[in-house]
Design a protein around this ligand. Sequence first.
Ligand code: GLC
Length: 787
Amino acid sequence: MRDRALPSNRYGHFSEDGREYLVTDPRAPRPWSNVVANPRAGLAVSHTGSGFSWIDNSQLATITRWQQDLVSDRSGKFLYVRDADSGAAWSLSPSPTWAPLERYACRHGLGYTVFESAHEGVSAEWTLFVDAEEAAEIWIVSVRNDSPHPKRLELTAALEWCMGISPSPRREFARLFLETWPDESRRAVFARSHMWDVPSARWGHWNTSFPYVSAFAASDAVSDMQGDKAELLGRYGVWSAPAGLGEPRWRARFGRHEDAVAALRVPMALPAGGSARTGFVLATGASPEEAAALLARFATAAAADAAIERVRAGWLDRLAAHRIETPDASVDVLVNDWVRYQAISARLWGRCGYYQQSGAFGFRDQLQDSQVWLTIDPAKTRTQIALHASHQFADGSAYHWWHPLTEQGLVTKMTDDRLWLPFVAASYLRETRDLSILDDPAPFLDAGPAPLAEHVLRAFRVSFGKTSPRGIPIIGAGDWNDGLSAMGLEGRGESFWLGHFLAGLLGEWSGIWERAGRPELSREFAGRRETLAAAVNAHGWDGAWYLRGTLDDGTPLGSSRDRVGRIFLNAQTWAILSDTAPPDRAAACMRAVREHLVSGAGALLLAPAFDRPAPEIGYITRYAPGLRENGGVYTHAAVWAIAAAAKARDGELVGRLLDAMNPSTKDPEAYWAEPYVLPGNVDGPDSPHGGRGGWTWYTGSAAWLHRIVAEWVLGVRPEWDGLRFDPCLPPGWSSARMRRPFRGAVCEIEIERGGRPGLEVDGKVIEGNLLAPPEKGRTVRVAVRIS
Ligand code: GLC
């Protein structure tokens, strides 16, 4: 194996084991954040210390107020220290005071963030995390007096209550309903809101209470508590210098008539060289009693220590069963740890990032994300499939997204959402071979329960009914690409991408129906696949690549005749992934991808970018050129290009695209975004800031990158009859390893370049490259030799 050193840059570096990222210079070009969540609750926190907390829905049930301002990044929950003798006050993270800390590090880890600081003779460590299961955000604070004199310090922990929807469009209105009250015995400020800005079927609008109560408590004695922002900050005061910090006593105000905050002041006397530890808990429950019970559970040092140990161990354990080792250590830490953490913590649990507070389940989005569980805990993928099946209508169509808590969903004319249900169900079946999933019952939104097989069948049937006269799926209000939102509004525009995608699914399900004992369906699907693939090839070929689609008036999109939007990535990659392209066309469209779409940050979604709004195509054309879907690297699609390149056996391109998308090796001055997780997009060459990353954390590329590196680059793919070994390593990689569970057994895999290509299992040569499922409980050693 080659150099195992992990990349670093002037703002930060990975820890030695790669499981922490240490930001050491607070002037990183953008907030570098962490999304720390359990299945119910969580917090987003940036390297400056700004951020927010939520329960159950990070948009509709935000606990603390935050302003989405990525330039200033000075809003959130803060922890101040004041030296009572000198009067100096600063925060234990750069924001909001931006004191010139003598020492600073923000350590983002899997499930926690730690701020280390030293200033004015005081060094401190502030750890934030959320319990593994409960809605309890826990702060552990240790402080040391590094000076030769005793110090009288005051710690003030402060936050602003939101207790509702974020961002609040009408702050002055929303705050009228907030109520705070102190609980001296618990050293806590409680908060609730008597109005939740969501429509209620039963009570109408503006006529329900926020269904949670929160409490913010100190684990040690407090000298003061405050519930009013004006008292804490002072008139026209700012968070960077709250006037209250310098006041010997606070005039405490609580109730329903203030501007609701929670601030807790904890005095701390430290002898020279002395240290102390304290903590805070932000707990949320359905009632004051529930919140109080959580405070009681977590308010001690021992409980906080046990809780963070559980969190750490939980992440290690969760990610342990499936690991890869390649010659590129940065690929390993990203694929093994960070992108899976990203997919689980931010996408599936928190459903938010610093750039997007969503809270909703996207029908296609979280289904795809749930692929992250396939190898390590497929039961969780199965649960996600059932959840999405229950958000499908009896006619087979589905919500585009829906909000947990309110169950409010969006009905659209998008044409692909429903088809991700059979897509992910097929992936589950390939991994587990457990056909019983087809019997899993789930209700329709507008009808009683039916087995998953029926949900899948209806998703297909409604799609069969929505094709153009020449047999191409219509695009409606968009397909995978949300921004192609207008090209098919009249019901005639077509999507060739969807044609490829659907044809791939039809082939796969033809096989599944056969195995499920439904040969007539199997035959029907095989026939439909042939017809569809033929139609796509008859009408969707532009000469050197596949068209993306057609507009309602028949104008082709993604054609060499166009000035902008001449070639689209997905129509090429999925032609290969779905085996709809005959060999000569597959080769041609990979050539076209290489020639027109490969950039230094990965494959572009389309090129050249649209440079003026085209209402007849959709809102994709309204983004500035090179931004996001409009000619940027849209990473969710760009990772598919890695799979397509591997399938086309183009190892050079695989290596090039993998390197290009690796956030850890970028120059932060140009790239801006976090080096340890994937961004949603990187500006393309038509932007003046080509190579600049944006919209980090909340992206479907995370789960996909893991899957594609495992299945296409290392080439270890589950198939119905076993595990296929078909690596396509970048030319610079001479070997790789993987440990992977497979249907109750464990495979220890070593891939080696050189020698006679073939497969050895436990020292025995076997024919072909497919390993039949080993006996449950066994560990088998697989040696894969490639040329
Ligand atoms: C956003 C959507 C996702 C869509 C993608 C491409 O990420 O959440 O569903 O596929 O954009 O438009």
